[in-house]
Write a protein that binds this ligand. Structure first.
Ligand SMILES: *Cc1c(COP(=O)(O)O)cnc(C)c1O
Length: 374
């Protein structure tokens, strides 16, 4: 790991080569076209750099939640197909249409809004979403035939072009996901009977794409895996051939030699058990370091691991480094590629009782992202 530039408190180092390699690997293993999901600033890695890296690694298309996220990709010059699937109530799709962004449609109202956004020049691209049990958005099975019939009518009128049919799985159990896939396939068959058979049927995100081959269909929507993290609680990324793209690190901002019995950080939930050295790490919960990981998560300094001592504060936390020769300016790695011996986002997730998705996605805006390509 290269050392931090002088004067740097903290940074998230993003290895775009890892993102490209992860996509290349997943594309080969899964064997169907990849929609790289770069919502929420590319899961905290940066949306544009993640999108470019994913496309370089062979992703065919991009997925985002909000249309505005898709527009930001277009403004950065990205021309690959984009799908956006989460819309404000009453949203107009004019901006999506202007920027050639396909919209996920979850209701009759959204279907009409898509048609209303069409210009004489070009129909609006639509992926119809069927609700298959997740309980979020999507057209209810009872409304599906009506929505499909309306989509067929609007497509014939030249207002929309239905590119895809999709749904999303709950990852609750293989049985639940099989039932949802079955419901989706019934919806696909019903649509075909009504004259709608678009080329892209998609339901799998990373977990199902890897564990449920029958769910791969025409395309998979891969998020967490492209960033080199595992969607499985019991399997690390290395077992999937993936390399974590984000390393979160900082510089030791202060060291202090203290006696036995020194309380550390707010509330003194940690007290030293003998004379020792405390090192101050300048990242806190404002930077996405979960306060719930207080006293639990580990960092790496100079090849050794140290547990957080006491509470994580807004801007900083402390580690007790014993008699080790830690100095101001030393690199502290909070998490990165476990293959390099540093803690992982997965370990932080366990320490904070959450999932690795939340660990990387919540890295705050005060943390500069730097980019490398290994
Ligand atoms: C976020 C999201 C994905 C990607 O999920 P991963 O588990 O990160 O692969 C796929 N599809 C939809 C609809 C999503 O919201």
């Amino acid at each position: 790991m290269s050392s931090l530039p002088e004067g740097t408190l903290r940074e998230a180092r993003i290895d775009v080569g890892a993102i490209a390699d992860n996509v290349r690997h997943l594309r080969r293993v899964i064997g169907v076209p990849v929609m790289a999901v770069v919502k929420a600033e590319g899961y905290g890695h940066g949306a544009v750099r993640s999108a470019l890296a994913a496309l370089a690694g062979g992703a065919e298309r991009l997925g985002v939640a909000d249309i505005a996220e898709g527009v930001a990709l277009r403004r950065a010059g990205i021309t690959a197909p984009i799908l956006a699937w989460l819309h404000a109530p009453g949203a107009s799709f004019v901006e999506a249409a202007t920027h050639d962004i396909a919209v996920g449609v979850s209701s009759m109202a959204q279907l009409r809004a898509a048609a209303d956004a069409a210009s004489a020049r070009r129909p609006v691209l639509v992926h119809l979403k069927l609700e298959t049990g997740l309980g979020r958005n999507g057209i209810a099975p009872a409304q599906w035939p009506g929505a499909v019939a309306e989509a067929v009518r609007l497509e014939r009128a030249g207002a929309i072009r239905v590119e895809g049919l999709f749904s999303h799985l709950s990852n609750t159990s293989p049985e639940d996901d099989e039932a949802a896939l079955c419901a989706f396939e019934e919806g696909v068959a019903a649509a075909r009977e009504l004259g709608l058979a678009p080329a892209l049927r998609h339901i799998a995100a990373t977990q199902a794409a890897l564990s449920m081959p029958e769910a791969r269909l025409d395309c998979v929507r891969l998020g967490i895996g492209i960033y080199g993290l595992s969607p499985f609680e019991d399997r690390g990324p290395e077992t999937l051939g993936l390399r974590p793209a984000m390393t979160l690190r900082g510089s030791v901002a202060a060291v202090r030699r203290v006696p036995k019995g020194q309380g550390v950080s707010y509330g003194y939930t940690y007290r030293t058990t003998g004379p020792t050295t405390l090192a101050l790490v300048p990242l806190g919960y404002a930077d996405g370091v979960p306060r719930a990981a207080s006293g639990r998560a580990h960092v790496a300094i100079g090849g050794a691991r140290y547990r957080i001592a006491g509470r994580v504060a807004m801007d900083q936390f402390v580690v007790d480094v014993g008699d080790d020769p830690v100095q101001v300016g030393d690199e502290v790695v909070l998490f990165g590629d476990g293959a390099r011996g540093v803690p992982t986002a997965q370990e932080w997730a366990e320490a904070a009782d959450t999932i690795n998705y939340e660990i990387v996605t919540r890295i705050g805006p005060r943390v500069p992202r730097s980019e490398v390509a290994s």
